[in-house]
Design a protein around this ligand. Structure first.
Ligand SMILES: Cc1cc2nc3c(=O)[nH]c(=O)nc-3n(C[C@H](O)[C@H](O)[C@H](O)COP(=O)(O)OP(=O)(O)OC[C@H]3O[C@@H](n4cnc5c(N)ncnc54)[C@H](O)[C@@H]3O)c2cc1C
Length: 384
């Protein structure tokens, strides 16, 4: 993949982002409000349908095209966290859904008529230990009856559909420990009238994340995606795409911080010279740049392997970890270069700093990635 294969898409995305400057994001951040206008503009321009095949009304780009879009959004100072999941959640439906499900939902998701922004996997008691999740979907005739609780279900208040992972066979009755979980498409508009409650969680950045409670919520069995009991595998197969895309976002953040820090270091004059003339100011920015470039290569490697149909597990995980660390290092350098002004909201640095920190924890935390590399790449003994 050549580095500027998506140069014209990046240019168009940058133009769209210019309509949503720092003031827009600061106001949303201050009010903890959803950037609906930005999401609508991205939807209208077709960017959130980047990965939906043309036959279902999308753009049909490969994963690297979606990565270029998300990287550019972050690089321009905007926040793709408001809608990035719409790009990849539908992958489960696309790969494992029936033809009828694809025809029913994908064109409407592509046009923006239906929003598939909510991904209900994490639960308060089981956390990263997904196989221990407790939300149950019990089959009764032609319905599933869902009971349980999800946490950190981002954008639930701004989504029409949720991709839910729930237990359909008790853990002590499955042949393999990865069996017994199922993916179900929940129509949240109906569910809110029938036992689903959404409670927003206040967080350090504006991310519209929530807790979702299911109290005997009924969902028709035709909303099951793929085969009952195989849901964990379906979710896992989408995770490499998700990690590569989040990694691309972190690269965009790192570039934004580095550009901002370099520009300020050149223009801020103290003791009769630009602060950027001091190596103590230059070096952290240069180091962050080197770190970002190395992580970017890993992101490209993950995208290349994914698009070649190879197992990109190690590369996607390492790309996510390295890119999240690179964006954090760039954020550090940017704040330090700006001195006190780095803390002033109007510079947008402290906002981006808070936003980019998330990606060392979500969608998967650093320890879990290191554990994957230790076990699956280096052959070290399994620790959990
Ligand atoms: C703002 C935000 C948005 C999110 N959005 C979504 C969403 O839309 N949908 C969704 O399903 N989830 C979402 N998440 C959840 C996110 O994926 C999890 O927070 C993340 O995977 C970590 O899980 P946890 O918070 O339960 O931490 P825990 O699993 O409780 O882990 C806590 C800490 O212990 C470490 N740890 C745990 N076990 C081990 C071990 N065996 N060895 C070493 N270290 C270990 C972890 O690495 C972590 O640092 C979101 C989270 C946040 C904060």
């Amino acid at each position: 993949m050549s580095e500027d294969a998506y140069a014209s898409i990046r240019e168009e995305v940058a133009k769209l982002c210019a309509e949503f400057p720092g003031e827009y994001w600061r106001a949303k951040d201050r009010d903890r409000a959803y950037p609906g206008e930005f999401v609508d503009a991205l939807t209208k321009a077709g960017y959130l349908a980047a990965l939906i095949p043309e036959e279902y009304g999308g753009v049909g780009l490969p994963l690297s095209g979606a990565a270029a879009i998300l990287e550019e959004i972050q690089r321009q100072g905007c926040n793709g966290g408001a809608c990035h999941a719409q790009m990849y959640i539908m992958g489960t439906l696309l790969r494992h859904g029936s033809e009828l499900q694809k025809q029913t939902y994908l064109p409407k998701i592509a046009s923006g008529e239906l929003r598939l922004q909510a991904f209900g996997v994490t639960e308060p008691t089981s956390g990263t230990d997904t196989l221990s999740l407790k939300t149950v979907a019990r089959r009764e005739g032609d319905r599933y009856i869902i009971n349980g609780q999800k946490i950190w279900t981002s954008r639930a208040e701004h989504s029409d559909l949720m991709l839910l992972l729930a237990r359909t066979t008790p853990q002590d009755q499955v042949a393999k420990r990865t069996d017994g979980l199922s993916t179900i498409l929940v129509d949240m508009r109906a569910a809110k009238q029938g036992g689903m409650t959404i409670r927003p969680i206040e967080t350090m950045m504006n991310h519209s994340t929530t807790e979702v409670f299911f109290d005997n919520v009924e969902v028709p069995v035709e909303n099951l995606i793929g085969v009952e009991g195989q849901g964990f595998r379906y979710i896992l197969s989408g995770m490499n795409a998700e990690r590569a895309l989040i990694a691309a976002e972190c690269i965009g953040d790192a570039k934004w911080f580095i550009d901002k820090a370099s520009a300020y270091a050149k223009e801020r004059v103290l003791f009769g010279r630009p602060i950027g003339q001091n190596q103590g100011v230059q070096f952290p920015i240069a180091r962050a740049y080197a770190q970002m470039k190395a992580a970017e290569l890993m992101v490209h490697d993950a995208l290349r392997k994914y698009e070649a149909g190879e197992n990109a597990g190690a590369e996607a995980n390492m790309a996510k970890m390295l890119a999240a660390e690179a964006s954090w290092a760039a954020g550090e350098a940017c704040i330090q270069t700006h001195g006190g002004f780095g803390f002033a909201a109007e510079y947008d640095i402290e906002r981006k700093f808070r936003e980019t920190r998330l990606y060392q924890v979500a969608p998967i935390s650093t320890n879990m990635i290191l554990s994957y590399v230790a076990e699956h790449v280096l052959g070290l003994p399994r620790s959990y």
